[in-house]
Design a protein around this ligand. Structure first.
Ligand code: FE2
Ligand code: FE2
Length: 218
């Protein structure tokens, strides 16, 4: 197992075993899914919208709602997406927006795209990069949930994200013959943003754990 995976696994276990962290974790994921759903809806053309895009928007919105509903199983209140109810709030809010802006810049500067085609390409590449990440993230998270016999589960999300990845791959094949090089470039950008996000999550976890230890000794 790579260092990154090992590290990730340890973080997941800690989150799953600490309800106040777990609730905020779920809420952050819900926020990010909701940001994705809203982004897809904004991208939709009023006329030329096909069933794949509709399905994708509906499923991302469902993920946001489903994750939010899971929080109730922990008996902790996270009524909205205020900073206090999130882990890594700033990074969770900015991740998708930054990734999308960077993908647009890449398509414009390196590939000469502009206008609607640039936004379309960014939609495909960003979604692709996110789905690859989602696969890894939700996979590791579900493993930790299963190992801990936690009542929360994200299996239905994993199944739908796999479908999205297949759809994006198919659409990218139609977008450009060199789509794989493009996807590699955008995945590198995504990797850097994900590391920042994970670093911020870790910082918040450390704060909560330290506070708990301090409280226990007082
Ligand atoms: Fe999703
Ligand atoms: Fe998705």
């Amino acid at each position: 197992m790579s260092d990154m995976r090992q590290y990730f696994k340890a973080q997941m276990e800690l989150i799953v075993s600490t309800p106040e962290l777990h609730a905020r974790w779920l809420n952050s994921l819900s926020l990010m899914e909701n940001t994705g759903a809203r982004k897809i809806s904004r991208f939709e053309d009023p006329v030329h919208t096909n069933i794949i895009v509709l399905k994708h928007a509906a499923e991302e919105a469902r993920h946001a709602y489903y994750l939010k509903k899971q929080i109730a199983k922990l008996h902790i209140e996270c009524p909205d997406y205020s900073f206090e109810y999130l882990l890594a709030p700033i990074q969770s809010y900015q991740y998708l927006r930054k990734l999308d802006a960077a993908a647009c810049r890449y398509l414009k500067d390196e590939r000469g795209y502009k206008g609607r085609q640039m936004y379309y390409g960014a939609y495909l590449l960003v979604t692709y990069a996110i789905e690859v990440r989602a696969d890894e993230l939700y996979g590791a998270y579900q493993q930790a949930l299963t190992a801990a016999h936690n009542r929360v589960n994200v299996k239905s999300i994993i199944a739908e994200e796999e479908g999205h990845l297949e759809e994006m791959t198919r659409m990218l094949e139609g977008f450009h013959p060199e789509w794989q090089q493009m996807a590699t470039a955008v995945r590198e950008i995504e990797s850097a943003l994900f590391k920042q996000w994970l670093g911020a999550i870790k910082k918040d976890i450390d704060t909560v754990v330290t506070d708990k230890v301090t409280a226990a000794y007082n």
